[in-house]
Design a protein around this ligand. Sequence first.
Ligand code: AMP
Ligand code: GLY
Length: 431
Amino acid sequence: MNILIIGSGGREHAIAKVLSKSSNLDQLYICPGNAGTAQLGTNLSIDVSDFLGLKEVIKDKQVEMVVVGPEQPLVDGIVDFFSQQNDLKDLLVLGPDKRAAQLEGSKKFAKEFMVANGIPTAAYKTFSTEELEEAKAYLHTRSEGPIVVKADGLAAGKGVVVATKIEEAIDALDQIMEKKAFGDAGNEVVIEEFLQGVELSVFVLTDGKNYLVLPEAKDYKRIGEGDQGPNTGGMGAISPVAFADKKFMDLVDSTIIRPTIEGIKKEKFNYKGFIFIGLMNVGGHPYVIEYNVRLGDPETQAILPRIDTDFVKLFKACCKGDLASVNINIKDVYSALVVLASKGYPASYPKGELISIDSKLEDDFVFHAGSSLKSGNLTTSGGRVMSILGQDTNLSDAISKAYNAVDLVDWKSKVFRRDIGQDLLRIEESV
Ligand code: AMP
Ligand code: GLY
């Protein structure tokens, strides 16, 4: 089967790696891809918002399945576009349609879906741009923080402010609604209760009726050690997560995953793809913080290497609505994933620095993201440049392996968090 992956991050490199292991893969194309995916297939430099350009290449290369990595093309309706093309009738596409992608594209839509389907989430209110004064008045009725203010639309992970004081929340409202810091993404605002707990990312693959629960992961969102500093796309990930034991995951299944799938059926979404549920464990009770309609980056690099299956068969069965026919085996192994970034990320950072990789570093444990090949030289081209995986039968050794491997890669502005997984090690020790 010829497959096209859309995206250019570590997530897409991880997807390319697992697909490459399948004997059912013929040609692999990645659009636009990175220096890592170029070793596994052919990178195509087409703008991923150019659906007609993508269609042309799909026909030209006889692509049979498209795997969509990031959220933007899904929210823009890439799945609907392909399904409307008479000359692409047999094309399989892994990803939800535009209506379903609103679960990530609009926080208001997601909250309404959760409430309609009885899914536990923080209490909330929504306000439109015209209701700025009402939103402020509402905040004033709250005696104390913390409280959470969210821009409704996609804001590259920056549209959420966890305000410790009401004044901070008011300031966030001004930024989002008046100063339009996130453009139209701030046309609606969700104000919600602060949930105190530990976060967990749960991943599900669904064909719209059946579903498989994939390994869970913990993401390290802040740039600095001890969860300090600004939010990033994610600076590391661990899988599995100690507190996500059978009892907790059964609760997640019965109170969140099943009602979500039921909701998808009720709404008649065309949903063949991943659901990434960001949740908060509040004293043993899971609450949904957000839905994403895709896999996470960097969580994918930690979870996919824990799954034993033929990924071409798995994705094909999912696209055909036949997920019940495949099994996956989740390996009893820990993944520790450390992201290497360039100093300055998530704000501005240098690009074009020469990357050196020691030949002792095994390819299986390296995921490229913001890297490119220029005249045969591997150089930095993005904020998160690559990520390094360590795997072992216990968390402590998985973490040590990842950090030992981190030392085998270098460039001038390389930075990374040294504390990935330390909090989970402490939880494990206390159990
Ligand atoms: P989101 O983009 O909705 O995932 O929010 C980004 C981050 O803000 C989350 O990963 C949480 O750390 C935090 N957050 C969002 N909503 C809440 C909430 N209701 N209570 C506590 N923290 C939250
Ligand atoms: N790592 C979080 C995300 O992919 O949204």
